[in-house]
Design a protein around this ligand. Structure first.
Ligand code: SF4
Ligand code: SF4
Length: 511
């Protein structure tokens, strides 16, 4: 979207214009209609732009799965769930957040990729912030930050001959509501967690958000108009209707096999329902961004009828080429993880059990069989020990026979594996470094999936291969347990399945 030299842009005999408005408060249910109105305004060749403030809601990314990204136990009955047209992560928004919605004719940036569009808009907004004495930089893939703390995010999608851009500008952040709404914030809902989460945001509103907005909105519009060499016109916001909640928020049928992969662009999920060894139906979702709204749906359709052993090739052949922060190769690897899980399920004898086992291969070159044959240590979480056990917050277990952790210790020790109870995050770091120093390349860990997704960098840093068995029961991240954690009374106990651990270890024995 380079600036045209010389004269203003014209369409016929009139100058092209950035038409913009402010919307005091938009009912979340009217967002779809609002996006439609903005897109319609841009169909004449002008740019349409609005700054909307939404009532409190869970704002889903276009491709996101509400069951995976939202805490349904809190959201359902408390907050409307609204799906925006752009992809990216799901968010909690309220009137402290401004949603900038803009539609730009594609002809103004005909060859820009999704990434280039987002960089262009993100840098323009960050530069405008700086001109208003608000420190900010654009941080790939799509955030506006100050010293690593988030001030906003940018999302985009192509809609026919227009580009729809949506930017979240954080004037004020209700940390507690955000953490109750979104399933995978980095911190826990404890007093310390809230404090830590607050450190990750740098709201731009200060003590006078209205005054900041009054300066910032026209400055962003002016910067965009200057970049596009267009006129500016302030106009009334469009009238909107409140629509029904999106059907996609009702959840999806349970898959026969699934896999997930964390990428810089967000977590990707592949769910497959099988018909024998072939794909009956596939679903690809996640808090990710693709250039077109139908990209992941078309990709999933292309997998129907494909044999599992051809899944990776099929996904590589049909993968969209314009995405943000994830690649065709990531999608291919996601397919391979899914097939690996299916094979593991067959070897375990109960396919559903494999859904609770996840592999991590630092170079993506090891499957379950390779990792199982190489397991050199067993790591267990303290939360699976009974709250009354004096060993709960200590490493070790005398195998008193009163809980499944003792059984896990026995299974590990009888194979000569060093067994460690991880008591806190820093302890995990230390243990991983020790394993590495001892020449151990792979470990078997028991933890919740949320922990694996949030703290994956600990494993990436350690460079060790790993197999993870998911725990059940109350976890730190289930809302009820977190609320008691907030009061300093966390006594929840996660459930370790020694039967599954035994069967997984036996598969390794047989190699
Ligand atoms: S088996 Fe170990 S962890 Fe479980 S109650 Fe006994 S001592 Fe505690
Ligand atoms: S619930 Fe998850 S994050 Fe919490 S202690 Fe257990 S494994 Fe760790």
């Amino acid at each position: 979207m380079r600036r045209a030299q010389g004269a203003y842009r014209h369409r016929g005999d009139r100058r092209m214009t950035v038409r913009w408005h402010e919307t005091a408060l938009l009912d979340p249910g009217a967002l779809h209609d609002y996006e439609h109105a903005i897109l319609a305004q841009a169909s004449t060749g002008d740019v349409a732009l609005g700054f909307a403030r939404l009532g409190p809601c869970a704002l889903l990314g276009a491709f996101d799965d509400p069951d995976r990204s939202l805490r349904r136990s809190f959201v359902d009955g408390h907050l409307p769930i609204v799906r925006r047209r752009t992809g990216g992560g799901s968010l909690y928004v309220d009137p402290g957040t401004t949603l900038m919605v803009a539609a730009i004719p594609r002809a103004l940036a005909p060859r820009h990729t999704l990434t280039e569009i987002i960089v262009m808009v993100g840098e323009l907004i960050a530069e405008t912030f700086r001109h208003q004495d608000i420190p900010a930089t654009f941080t790939a893939p799509n955030d506006i930050t100050d010293d690593g703390r988030k001030r906003g995010s940018v999302f985009a999608v192509l809609v026919d001959d227009r580009i729809l851009i949506e930017a979240v500008l954080l004037f004020a952040v209700d940390i507690e509501s955000l953490m109750k709404t979104i399933k995978l914030p980095l911190e826990k809902l404890s007093a310390a967690g809230l404090l830590a989460a607050a450190q990750r945001f740098a709201p731009i509103g200060g003590t006078e958000p209205s005054a900041v907005a009054a300066r910032l909105y026209p400055a962003i519009v002016a910067a965009l108009a200057t970049r596009l060499t267009m006129d500016v016109a302030l106009q009334a916001p469009p009238a909107t209707r409140i629509g029904p909640p999106p059907a996609a928020c009702q959840g999806a049928p349970r898959p026969d096999v699934s896999a997930f992969l964390k990428t810089p662009g967000g977590v990707l999920y592949l769910d497959i329902r099988l018909d024998g060894a072939r794909v009956r139906a596939a679903r690809i979702v996640g808090g990710v961004q693709c250039a077109r709204a139908t990209d992941l749906e078309h990709l999933a359709d292309a997998l129907t009828g494909v044999r599992l052993d051809e899944l990776e090739a099929a996904i590589l052949a049909a993968a969209p080429d314009d995405t943000l922060g994830f690649s065709r190769g990531d999608l291919g690897y996601l397919a391979r993880l899914c097939v690996e899980r299916h094979v593991l399920g067959e070897r375990l004898g109960i396919p559903g059990d494999a859904e609770r086992v996840t592999l991590y291969s630092p170079r993506r070159d090891q499957g379950f069989a390779d990792l199982l044959a190489d397991v050199g240590a067993l790591l267990l979480p303290y939360c699976a020990k009974p709250a009354w056990c004096k060993w709960r917050h200590r490493d070790g277990c005398p195998e008193c026979g009163q809980c499944a952790v003792g059984e896990a210790y026995r299974l590990g020790r009888e194979r000569g594996l060093p067994v460690t109870t991880i008591t806190r995050y820093e302890h995990l770091h230390m243990v991983l470094a020790q394993l590495r120093a001892a020449g151990i390349r792979t470990f078997l860990g028991v933890c919740c999936t949320e922990f694996f997704l949030k703290r994956d960098y600990a494993f990436i840093e350690a460079g060790l291969g790993a197999l993870f068995i998911d725990i059940g029961g109350d976890t730190c991240y289930t809302l009820r347990a977190e609320e008691s954690a907030y009061r300093g009374q966390f006594t929840a106990e996660a459930t370790l399945d020694p039967r599954l651990l035994d069967r997984v270890l036996r598969l390794g024995d047989s190699r």
